[in-house]
Ligand binder design. Structure first.
Ligand SMILES: Cc1cc2nc3c(=O)[nH]c(=O)nc-3n(C[C@H](O)[C@H](O)[C@H](O)COP(=O)(O)O)c2cc1C
Length: 303
């Protein structure tokens, strides 16, 4: 008894982010065996040594501590089911797994990030576990991203990174029309565009819309959504609102006639398409809502 709370200690150990491996070997009679382990550590380059810790409650304890060697299969991000298979009781964990014999004899699982086929170097008694030290006799590695494990849950590092980098900004823009003219402002790169703003951390779409309108210093009322599109190239989701302006001089930009020849300075192709559609629709007095991306989409009639 150490006086430490084992559950709290386990939780604290679990904060250490690890990879996930399946340690495999063969029984004396030649049957393949394996279990999921995140206790894998590289130990030494010369000689090339690795270790894994094996619970002495393992069904395979006797076979593993007496094995001539073992292989460490570093699981790829896509192999959560393999990890679960080798962590749960089963009559035959290898039944639905593609694998082959490693050069030193232990099973190597297909599609892993890396594998190390080892000769048993030493078995060290360590409390409720045994440390299996293996000397690497053969190995291979691929570019497949590895599966992670932290706080009792799987972690997919490359999927998480992709999700972070593909997260897009939500942009609100306003098409403010007055007497056949539309308000255009500088786009910061030498052209003009509709007044627009990214929805800030503490903002909502409607508060961003209100802010945009009040920044123009015009007496303009929020109108209806005119266009909803995703600019995949710039990772932005756009919501454009059609608003009518009454009096006032705009604080920034100028009202430009709704006529194709007046938009030479509009650099964003999606905004240009939107202005063309608005001009055509304004002529007949019937508006639709655009849904799509920056290149293509559909206009649905407002019913
Ligand atoms: C992500 C993960 C990591 C694990 N790491 C280890 C480990 O390092 N050592 C260990 O003995 N058991 C570990 N386990 C538990 C064993 O995989 C599990 O108890 C398994 O059922 C043991 O099988 P066996 O009794 O057939 O050997 C881990 C389980 C999971 C899900």
């Amino acid at each position: 008894m150490t006086g430490l709370d084992p559950r709290a200690l386990r939780t604290a150990f679990g904060t250490f982010i690890t990879g996930v491996t399946v340690v495999t070997a063969r029984t004396k009679s030649g049957a393949p065996l394996g279990f999921t382990a995140n206790s894998f550590t590289s130990v030494s380059l010369d000689p090339p040594l690795v270790l894994v810790c094996l619970a002495n409650t393992s069904q395979n304890y006797g076979s593993l501590v007496n094995a001539a060697g073992f292989a460490v299969n570093v699981l790829a991000e896509t192999q959560v089911t393999v990890s679960n298979t080798f962590a749960r009781p089963s009559d035959d964990r290898f039944a639905h797994i593609a694998w082959s014999d490693g050069p030193y004899g232990a099973p190597i699982i297909d599609g892993v990030s890396a594998w190390f086929d080892c000769k048993m170097y030493r078995v060290i008694d360590a409390g409720d576990h045994a440390i299996l030290l293996g000397e690497v006799k053969a190995f291979d590695s691929t570019t497949a991203p590895g599966l992670g494990y932290a706080r009792g849950a799987y972690v997919m590092p490359s999927a998480a990174t992709a999700a972070m980098t593909t997260q897009s900004d939500l942009v609100v823009s306003v098409l403010i029309e007055r007497d056949g003219h539309v308000l255009l402002v500088g786009d910061g790169v030498g052209g003009v565009t509709l007044p627009e703003s990214v929805v800030g951390k503490d903002e909502t779409v409607s508060s961003t819309l209100q802010r945009l309108l009040s920044e123009t210093k015009l007496s303009a009322e929020p109108g209806f959504i005119y266009s909803v599109y995703e600019d995949t190239a710039r990772r932005r989701q756009h919501l454009c609102f059609l608003c009518q302006a009454a009096n006032g001089t705009p604080a920034k930009g100028a009202f430009v006639p709704l006529s194709a020849g007046c938009w030479d300075d509009v650099t964003d192709p999606a905004t240009l398409t939107l202005l063309e559609r608005f001009t055509a629709e304004a002529k007949v007095g019937s508006f639709g809502i655009y849904y799509g991306n920056q290149n293509s989409g559909e206009v649905r009639a407002i019913v």
